[in-house]
Write a protein that binds this ligand. Structure first.
Ligand code: SF4
Length: 300
């Protein structure tokens, strides 16, 4: 899952400070693949990113959909989901009061809540939650691969059939064009599939992306060989991150995703200058030994 919110609001990797060694979330891994400099800004410089209305809406819709399955099956209706929208928003604002600053007027908040309502309507065109009984929601998963690299993240929903088949479901609620982030979304789901296979010994049968704005579901069926290759890719990616850290060399990699990058002002591709590279910790560890795993972003 996935929204950049202030630390502590929705941290996919758990509380900062619990780290026991290098770890990587799908968001940060995808950041490095997308643009090494973006990874540096987020994981090493830890430059704060204020949430955008789109990101906050993603968090809100995810929260409503998660709570929806707390209800008895017969009560999981569009009306129930809509009724929980404002209470969930108030709860999120209580947890992170700065979210309220996203909107200048009550009218702007109401309009934005209306757009969240539309996403929920989109959800009900894709699934009938009365016919589903998720095995897990907002499930934190973690595994150690290679020479001690921990992979971890939070899965929106896991459905398990009576035969034991696993379906990984991820809600996509962003306002950006879906094509721009499709590869990133699939990367994220393969990451989860790998962790599930390594921890539970079962290759998920289906990886499902639910695009709430487009009202479209995309299914992908991974296979074991693919996941083994993917694991090698992630280990190699981490080695590349470690090399870049030792050399202090995180190059910008411009792409159409720059349009959504929050750090253009610091990026040489846009005439900016990155801040000085953070010094190693007192223990002599490189800056990425315990990268801050920010909240998952839900750009697509
Ligand atoms: S603006 Fe583009 S090139 Fe620069 S850091 Fe962001 S994603 Fe990378």
């Amino acid at each position: 899952m996935t929204v950049e919110l202030p630390t502590g609001v929705l941290d996919e990797a758990g509380p900062v400070g619990e780290e026991r060694g290098p770890s990587l979330s799908p968001s940060r891994a995808a950041d490095f693949k997308t643009c090494p400099l973006l990874y540096r800004f987020r994981a090493i410089d830890r430059i704060p990113e204020q949430p955008t209305p789109d990101q906050a809406r993603g968090t809100l819709v995810h929260a409503v959909l998660e709570r929806l399955f707390d209800l008895p099956a017969g009560e999981r209706t569009p009306e129930s989901a809509e009724a929980s929208l404002e209470p969930e928003w108030r709860r999120l604002v209580e947890e992170a009061p700065e979210l309220a600053d996203l909107f200048a007027t009550p009218e702007a908040t109401a309009e934005w809540l209306g757009s969240a309502r539309e996403l929920l309507e989109g959800y009900f065109t894709l699934e009938d939650p009365q016919r589903l009984e998720p095995a897990e929601r907002e499930s934190m998963v973690e595994v150690t691969v290679g020479d001690g690299l921990r992979l971890r993240g939070i899965i929106d929903r896991l459905d398990v059939s009576p035969a034991g088949d696993i379906r990984v479901v991820d809600y996509k609620s962003g306002g950006a064009p879906r094509e721009a982030f499709e590869a990133r979304a699939l990367f994220q789901l393969k990451f989860y599939a790998l962790v599930l296979w390594r921890t539970r010994g079962v290759v998920p049968k289906v990886l499902r992306l639910l695009y709430l704005s487009d009202r479209e579901a995309c299914d992908y069926a991974p296979d074991l060989e693919e996941l083994k290759r993917f694991e090698r890719t992630l280990v190699a990616l981490w080695q590349a991150i470690e090399r870049a850290t030792q050399r202090r060399e995180f190059r910008p990699k411009p792409s159409r995703l720059c349009d959504w990058c929050r750090h253009q002002a610091l990026c040489p591709e846009f005439g900016g200058t990155p801040p000085p590279f953070p010094e190693p910790t007192a223990a002599g560890e490189p800056a990425t030994a315990h990268p801050q795993e920010g909240a998952e972003d839900r750009p697509g």
